[in-house]
Design a protein around this ligand. Structure first.
Ligand code: SIN
Length: 172
C-alpha cells in the first residue's frame, strides 16, 4: 500500500480513489495557516491562505491517511503533485493509526524556503487575509470551515484552526 497523509484540503476533499482511509496522528509537527495560496483559495493579486506543517517537537497534528493500491498510485501521485504545486514539496513521514500501527506516508508540506511561505502572524491578521479571498477552488473561508468541521467530526481539536474559524464566524 502507498500511504498519503492529508492535513488540509486532503482531509475533506481527497478527489482520488483510495483503498483505505484512517484518522492518523503526525507527531512533531503543527498545522499552521502560514502558506499563501495564489492558485486554489486566492489569486496572485489577492492571495488566500492555506495550511502547512511546521516543526514543533511537542505537537501532534491529526489528519487522515489514505492507502492507495500500488498499481493505481502513479497517476494519482502525478495529479496530486500538480494540485499541490503551489509551493508544497513531497516528503515522507511516519504517522500513527488509531490501532497503534505506524505507517510511512507521503505528505505535501510548504517548507519555510518555498516562495508562498508566510511564517507566523497574529490570528486576527491571518483571518483578515482569508476573509474575502477567493480562488479557482472557491472562497478561502470555506477552506477553513471544511477543515474545521472535518477535524471536529474526527474528534480532533486544533486550537489554531478553531481560532481562525471562530474569527471568521460570521462568514462561514
Ligand atoms: C494537505 O491537505 O495535506 C495539503 C495542504 C492542502 O492541500 O490543503
Amino acid at each position: 500500500m502507498i500511504w498519503i497523509f492529508g492535513y488540509g484540503s486532503l482531509v475533506w476533499r481527497p478527489d482520488f480513489e483510495y483503498a483505505e482511509r484512517h484518522r492518523a496522528d503526525l507527531g512533531g509537527w503543527s498545522r499552521r495557516f502560514w502558506q499563501a495560496s495564489t492558485d486554489h483559495r486566492g489569486v496572485p493579486e489577492r492571495p488566500g491562505i492555506v495550511v502547512t506543517l511546521v516543526p514543533d517537537p511537542e505537537a501532534v497534528t491529526v489528519g487522515v491517511v489514505y492507502g492507495l493500491r500500488p498499481e493505481v498510485a502513479t497517476p494519482i501521485m502525478g495529479a496530486l503533485d500538480y494540485r499541490e504545486r503551489g509551493g508544497y514539496s513531497r516528503e515522507s513521514v511516519d504517522v500513527t493509526l488509531a490501532d497503534g500501527r505506524v505507517v510511512e506516508a507521503l505528505v505535501y508540506r510548504g517548507t519555510a524556503e518555498n516562495p508562498n511561505y508566510l511564517g507566523p502572524a497574529p490570528l486576527a491578521d491571518i483571518a483578515a487575509r482569508i476573509r474575502g479571498a477567493v480562488g479557482p477552488s472557491g472562497p478561502n473561508p470555506e477552506y477553513v470551515l471544511k477543515l474545521h468541521q472535518a477535524l471536529l467530526e474526527m474528534g480532533a481539536h486544533d486550537p489554531h484552526v478553531a481560532g481562525i474559524a471562530a474569527l471568521l464566524g460570521d462568514e462561514l
